[in-house]
Unconditional design. Sequence first.
Length: 357
Amino acid sequence: MSESKRFVEGVNCLLAASDHAKSVYYSNRKTSSSTYFPAEKNTAVHATRPAPSLPAEIPTPAIRFFYANIHKNAKKEYKYLIDYLNEKGNTMGRLEGKVAIVTGSTSGIGIGIAKVYAAEGATVVISGRRAEKGQVVVDQIVEAGGKASFHYFDITEPASIEALIADTVEQYGKLDILVNNAANVALKDGRVDELTLEMWDAILESDLRGTFYATKCAIPYMKEIGGGAIVNIGSMASCAGDLGSTAYACAKAGVDIFTQYVALQYGKDNIRCNCIRPGLIVTPENEAKVPQMLKDIFLGSIMVNRYGCPEDIAHAAVYFGSDESTYTTGQIINVDGGMNSHAPTVAQFRQMNSRTW
């Protein structure tokens, strides 16, 4: 059966199930005050109808279409339908059936993205240089009921990038989502006069060239299946000038514009490309290394009352990887608690209990 026919059949099954659920709901309520459904005069009769049978697996797009078109005032009526679908095993995983690679997912933000992706139904390929740490992430995902595997990956080795993409497609039959998260943040950086050509080249190789080449390798496979989603992880370092980290900021600025070039050049192939710029993200790896004074400086400019966590980036990455974002591409968003969305003097004026002059 074609995908379009499965979609229509799925929606029709859900409509039948919703009608039954509605009848049961009003039978239990005895009267109707819904603004979505007209009052039923013979709810007891309707409630005696047998529950419609659902196929073993309803296509996820059909479920999404159905839920997206439920009137906001009808949520209570659909409680029984939701329970019924859950009993049938038809989950609302936003990435259900998709295969995703998350590069650099043996630590920090990468782990957060991988775990949330798996929780949303994706089959996730954990990748990085540290096999033991990667296997720990895989085991945690599998224990939680998700699907994952590990593949060795070094962002600076083209052959490693090629193998990661090709082996994933060979193992799972396709690649739907590529999350370019890997970057070597331990490389030495500094002011322009402090940087050597070797330092500059090492950072751009890790943080820009690797993203380019992973994308280049993934695009042909995405074309084969009619599209895909590429999610680049940038940095707020590319938002404005700063006192150090020159090469890193320039590399991440390159990721920003690369995102828009990919989005334009392959949009007609149904390949989307978007970028997330994380703010201060506190992870298990860096929490002890970030001085409290630095955290306080950042918090003074963050609009909300906390620092970021890997899951904050993961939730944005889920949107960009899901079918919900099929009309969103070429976008660069800051997930930074609003830090880069206000005048630079806000923190100081707050300390003075004054408004910005």
